[in-house]
Design a protein around this ligand. Structure first.
Ligand code: HEC
Ligand code: HEC
Length: 215
């Protein structure tokens, strides 16, 4: 073994002192990047809570909306919410507010959001006496004749990809029926609602929406 190896000359020591930290710094940077990737992965899974906060600004803190033409989501069947978010993400369901918002939702986030809103208690029907009982009676007849309960359930709580209608905002129900009728709202290859609403007039839509919002 040469003396220079056992006792490195000052010049070699100097080199070590300047280079070693650089090597360490590079190593630390690699470790940091890897750590951030791992943390980033779990942050993504927890991310839906951050996104949820944004949703609640419009859809209501408890998923019950108090904003005109913004639907309540509390108590909606898990699958219904998931499918609508996928439709918005794919812009199959056109809406200038929801389509951009759904763009960066991952499948995992959509599943988490669907389960979250399904777990919340649905909105109570509006308190107080019915201001338009005749409209309610007309709506009840139309809903019976249209066999709406065969898909949306007799309680109108919805099931699977079929939404809850009971307790939904009246303006939201009316807008949905108008949108299906005009073709503005389409599910993916789901012709049921456009067919059902095709023959409905404005007065009938108002009556149906009024009746269902009070269930
Ligand atoms: C700026 C207000 C706003 C925000 C924020 C918002 N939404 Fe919406 N959302 C709306 C409006 C308005 C509609 C009704 C669209 C229509 O009329 O077709 C809607 C519709 C929906 C629907 C369809 C419900 C139904 O009954 O048809 C779902 C599901 C939904 N939003 C989920 C979400 C989720 C999840 C978030 C957060 C990632 C979110 N929204 C954020 C305004 C908002
Ligand atoms: C054959 C099954 C079926 C029948 C019968 C049916 N629906 Fe639907 N309805 C659906 C499905 C599926 C959807 C969701 C479609 C989509 O993805 O937009 C829906 C959606 C709706 C919506 C939108 C709600 C929301 O929050 O977005 C309303 C309102 C509605 N139906 C009302 C009615 C009424 C009123 C009747 C009776 C006149 C009726 N439906 C009969 C299957 C049905």
């Amino acid at each position: 073994m040469s003396p220079s190896r056992r006792f490195p000359p000052p010049r070699a020591l100097l080199l070590l002192a300047t280079k070693a930290p650089a090597v360490l710094r590079a190593g630390a940077a690699v470790v940091l990047v890897l750590l951030l990737r791992i943390l980033g992965g779990s942050a993504l899974a927890a991310d839906w809570h951050d996104k949820l906060a944004g949703c609640l600004a419009c859809h209501g803190q408890d998923g019950v909306s108090s904003m005109p033409e913004v639907p309540s989501l509390a108590g909606q069947p898990d699958l219904f919410t998931q499918w609508q978010l996928v439709y918005f993400r794919d812009a199959v369901r056109a809406n200038e507010v929801m389509v951009p918002l759904a763009q960066d939702l991952s499948d995992a986030e959509i599943r988490a959001l669907g389960a979250h809103f399904a777990s919340l208690p649905a909105a109570d029907p509006p308190a107080g006496s019915d201001p338009e009982p005749e409209l309610t009676a007309t709506g009840a007849k139309l809903v019976a004749a249209g066999r709406c309960a065969s898909c949306h359930l007799p309680s109108f709580a919805g099931q699977g990809e079929m939404p809850r209608l009971a307790g939904q905002r009246e303006d939201v129900l009316a807008k949905a029926l108008r949108d299906y009728k005009s073709g503005a709202r389409r599910g993916r290859g789901n012709a049921a609602m456009p067919e059902i609403t095709y023959g409905l007039g404005e007065a009938e839509i108002r009556a149906i929406a009024h009746f269902l919002s009070r269930r």
